[in-house]
Design a protein around this ligand. Structure first.
Ligand code: SF4
Length: 647
């Protein structure tokens, strides 16, 4: 396999063993496929034939074509012909469907054609059409691998979509030919009718927002005050200590005993923390960040905070397994191949990354660079000055570079003197017009942004000549506190912008959870900047969210907010290439659905239309598995049913 062809690699690492039994959970399958509210149904082992029948019922015409085909190629020809006719039909004048349903028909036809294209079968070494054909012929046992419920659900929805029965608009009985009241009326009457509809939508937004309190809510502040007092008592420290970031750095929690003394954890989580420490995985939590965890875990608001720093068992096992060969197995971003000189990464013409410090005050479980970070606050984490100087001199020699992102690790942990020395040298480069300082300290150690540090940074911000901006990383509204708000305000009062890069994980992906974060960020002075789709690292599989959910979130949730609350761009950071903007439909497409229900996407490089580059193929997490995670968390899966139609 060539180095640039990652599909096979991804597939090998993520696909299930041959003939592994289908997942026994059907609660989700019932909910989504049958469109009924469940929630209280017991789990049971399914009869896969029932779902197979649903597949054929979803589009009897396709079923008949597959059944009547003599060979795979015969089936391919006939399905292509059927899809061509279906595509023509949506352009006819007597088609009964609503224009928006027709848009879904067109999308589904495009996706189905792509999946049955021989080139995509060759590239993915898998033929979904072959599986469908064999199943239609009653040769289920001859499919090359076990067909999962996730696969069946993908095709049930796709078949329905092709037939114009997506059910996306099924809540509105009259949708096929109806026109909303406010469009039938005129003037004030129309405006009032429109306002009523918008009130309803707005009510939904606010209803969801209530589910996700921030740390600025009175009750949460009171809990945290008591957490803080408990932690201070434990360390025999004072309130003055608490407001001094050096005290927090000295007391970063790195041993299991202290974690267990201060928060409640299930036995499984305790074992995972112990194992993480035994295998020397980077681990640490600042006392401040620990104070954001609920004393009573039953409250359930702090899930994203716990998940950020307390590694789940599966993660610990996987990282321990590949620890000896990390550079090969876990450098999925291909950083080795985009570093022209030590400490520098470059993937874009005007931008480079400078990494002078290789650790953080605490390590995020799903950090895309955790494969190479040093132990938390390791004394060896800071690069030698000679190395830093050489890296900056290299940047000085690259006249095209105008924007330097200083990150790490977390450079906010370095002492002021070295930060000043680095900034002096970078700012002295004429062609550098922006320095971005990437740090998570406003979230995990906000007292670090005291007046001295903010003054230091502000010295390099010269309007009209050079911008200095702080890039931070809030994941959840529950991380927003009076301390982080004040830190952000101290930065902003000096004229510096503060921007947020967020990673979309299962912990912040429920309906309107990310929308709430955006709104809360704006209120403390942080501009949402990027939302990253998590990449396929096998050790962080439990956190991953399918791309379809990010697209759904953007369309059905973010879009309901005012423009200034949704300034972030959802992106997929393509290994070795750079960011692919997920909203640009022309920059990615589905090429296959694998037996386990994973979608394979082809991502086009950002250089598309500028210079020829090969695309990148990526195997996503199956939608079915993600919905199952949501169901375990008590979500009504029916609320997410349109996810299948986001490609
Ligand atoms: S703070 Fe940033 S660099 Fe450090 S572990 Fe978290 S995501 Fe990674």
């Amino acid at each position: 396999m060539s180095k640039s062809d990652s599909t096979n690699n991804d597939k090998k690492t993520r696909s299930k063993p041959h003939k592994e039994p289908a997942h026994p959970s059907t609660r989700i399958a019932e909910d989504v496929i049958a469109d009924v509210l469940s929630g209280v149904k017991p789990r049971f082992v399914v009869d896969p034939d029932k779902y197979l029948q649903m597949l054929w019922d979803a589009n009897p015409a396709i079923c008949e074509i597959l059944k009547g085909s003599e060979s795979l190629e015969d089936a391919r020809d006939k399905v292509f012909t059927y899809l061509d006719h279906a595509e023509r039909a949506v352009f006819s004048t007597d088609d009964p469907y609503h224009e928006l349903e027709k848009a879904i028909v067109r999308d589904c036809i495009r996706v189905f054609k792509s999946i049955i294209g021989p080139i995509n079968e060759k590239r993915t070494e898998f033929s979904a059409l072959n599986c469908l054909w064999k199943m239609a012929k009653g040769l289920k046992d001859e499919t090359p691998c076990e067909i999962s419920l996730g696969f069946l659900m993908e095709f049930i929805n796709l078949f329905r979509g092709v037939a114009g029965n997506s059910n996306v608009y099924r809540e509105q009985e009259e949708v096929r030919k109806s026109i909303p009241d406010f469009l039938r009326l005129d003037g004030r009457e129309a405006a009032l009718a429109r306002s009523d509809t918008l009130d309803e939508m707005g009510g939904t937004v606010h209803k969801y927002f209530k589910r996700y309190p921030s740390g600025l809510d009175g009750e949460v502040m009171a809990w945290r005050q008591s957490n803080r007092e408990r932690i201070l008592r434990y360390f025999n420290a004072s309130e003055d200590d608490w407001s001094d970031y050096r005290w927090h750095l000295k007391h970063v929690i790195r041993t299991a005993d202290v974690v267990f003394d201060l928060i409640e954890l299930s036995r499984t989580r305790r074992d995972a923390v112990k194992k993480a420490l035994e295998t020397h995985l980077p681990f640490g939590i600042t006392p401040y960040y620990l104070s954001l965890m609920d004393r009573n875990p039953a409250v359930g608001y702090d899930h994203a905070i716990r998940a950020q720093v307390l590694p789940p068992p599966n993660y610990v096992e996987q990282v321990a397994l590949f620890k000896e060969d990390r550079s090969v197995h876990l450098d999925f971003m291909g950083e080795h191949d985009t570093s022209p000189i030590d400490l520098v990464t470059r993937r874009y013409p005007l931008i480079c990354i400078l990494k002078p410090y290789n650790t953080c005050s605490q390590v995020c479980v799903y950090c895309q660079r955790n494969w190479e970070l040093d132990e938390v606050l390791s004394p060896h984490a800071q690069a030698g000055w000679d190395e830093i100087e050489k890296a900056i001199e290299w940047i000085a020699g690259q006249k095209a570079i105008g924007d330097v992102l200083i990150t790490g690790g977390d450079p906010g942990i370095m002492n002021n003197k070295i930060i000043e020395k680095i900034l002096d040298k970078v700012a002295a480069i004429d062609h550098v017009y922006r320095i971005r300082f990437g740090t998570r300290t406003p979230v995990v150690l906000p007292s670090r942004f005291d007046d001295d540090f903010c003054d230091l940074l502000a010295r390099y911000h010269e309007p009209g000549r050079r911008e200095l901006a702080v890039i931070t990383h809030f994941e959840h509204s529950y991380e927003i506190t009076p301390e982080s708000r004040d830190a952000v305000q101290r930065i902003r009062r000096r004229g510096l912008g503060v921007y947020n890069q967020c990673v979309f994980t299962v912990e912040n992906s429920r309906r309107f959870e990310l929308a709430k974060l955006r709104r809360d960020l704006r209120l403390i002075g942080v501009d949402p900047y990027y939302t990253f789709n998590m990449k396929g690292k096998r050790e962080t599989g439990d956190y991953m969210v399918p791309i379809a959910r990010l697209l759904q979130e953007r369309k059905e949730e973010a879009r309901l907010l005012p423009g200034l609350d949704r300034t972030d761009e959802p992106v997929f950071n393509v290994p070795r290439m750079g960011k692919n903007h997920l909203r640009a439909m022309q920059d990615h497409r589905i090429v296959m659905i694998l037996a386990d229900g994973s979608r394979v996407y082809e991502f086009h490089p950002w250089e598309k239309y500028i210079t020829p580059m090969p695309p990148y193929n990526y195997v996503d997490v199956p939608i079915y598995e993600y919905l199952e995670q949501l169901a375990i968390r008590g979500e009504k899966i029916r609320d997410y049913r349109t996810i299948w139609y986001y490609y």
